[in-house]
Ligand binder design. Structure first.
Ligand code: PAF
Length: 281
């Protein structure tokens, strides 16, 4: 496995693949790798000649400095996991390698960045858009892999590619779950042993809501029931629960004939912020 800390070395290495028209798969991560990330890497390895996984805790996407500080980091363990599954290349830049002292570029995503996650994490998607655009320009991948757990991120990056004309195929990969249903996330590591079992409430609420919507209960009533559940029966402090069109994240008030519908929520368990979503069908 090749490990690069500098853009120049990585570009030089990948240029040989480009010249031979070999496909490059790319999996951007912030490290603290779990099975969900490894699934992205495996998928990329199965579809491309070479796979690059980046590990970079991107400061510009954290609106809360203590969240950035607390973000789990274990580069040695990450490298061992990637080596074990035979990932080809790891890109491990530091902040100075990725950012100038002053940042002038500011990417707006309109309403896509203001709903759900964006409402509670102002500026988050500007930071995600900026770093992903930079990483795409360094790696120049044929395909890039993103988990559907971050549904809004996926919509933002799809839009980024469309508008900035990146010639990259964005491949969504299904959320990987723990046996009790909790969506895998680097943040799960921050849960205490007493919090960990309670974290499944997010998935339980999503399954409950899906069942009710399939039984033709109204969107309004399902939303109220979910909010009531978190208020009275759960240790999770709900931030939002939305029922949206999967592609443009617009709120849906009546399921009607809608085909691509996602149920999305976020909440705090103690100091740990968790998100999850499932699709209706
Ligand atoms: O999903 C993540 O881990 C990050 O948001 C990403 C895409 C690597 C950008 O920093």
């Amino acid at each position: 496995m090749e490990v690069f800390r500098e853009i120049q070395g990585l570009r030089h290495f990948l240029s040989a693949y480009k010249q031979q028209r070999k496909s490059i798969g790319f999996v951007p991560t912030m490290g603290a790798l779990h099975q969900g990330h490894l699934e992205l890497v495996r998928k990329s390895m199965s579809q491309n000649d070479i796979t690059v996984c980046s590990i970079f805790v991107n400061p510009t996407q954290f609106n809360n400095p203590s969240d950035l500080e607390k973000y789990p980091r274990d580069v040695d363990a990450d490298l061992a996991k990637l080596e074990k599954i035979s990932c080809g290349v790891v890109f491990l830049p530091d902040v100075d390698e990725m950012y100038d002292k002053e940042i002038f570029v500011n990417i707006h995503f309109g309403y896509l960045e203001n709903v759900m996650e964006g409402k509670f994490r102002p500026g988050h998607f500007k930071g995600v858009g900026l770093i992903v655009a930079k990483l795409f320009n360094v790696v120049l991948p044929s395909r890039a892999y993103f988990g559907t757990k971050d549904l809004q991120q996926l919509a933002i990056i799809t839009q980024l590619c469309r508008e900035l004309l990146f010639d990259i195929e964005i491949i969504p990969v299904q959320t990987v779950r723990e046996p009790d249903g909790l969506a895998m996330s680097s943040r799960n590591e921050l849960l205490s042993s007493s919090e960990r079992p309670q974290a499944t409430d997010l998935y339980k609420a999503l399954l409950f809501a899906r069942e009710k919507l399939i039984d033709k209960e109204s969107v309004e009533s399902v939303k109220k029931n979910v909010r009531d559940f978190f208020e009275s029966d759960s240790a999770v402090e709900l931030e939002y629960f939305e029922i949206v069109n999967t592609d443009d994240l617009q709120n849906i008030s009546d399921i009607g004939e809608a085909k691509r519908v996602s149920l999305c929520l976020a909440g705090y368990l103690g100091k740990v912020r968790l998100i999850d979503n499932i699709s209706l069908y």
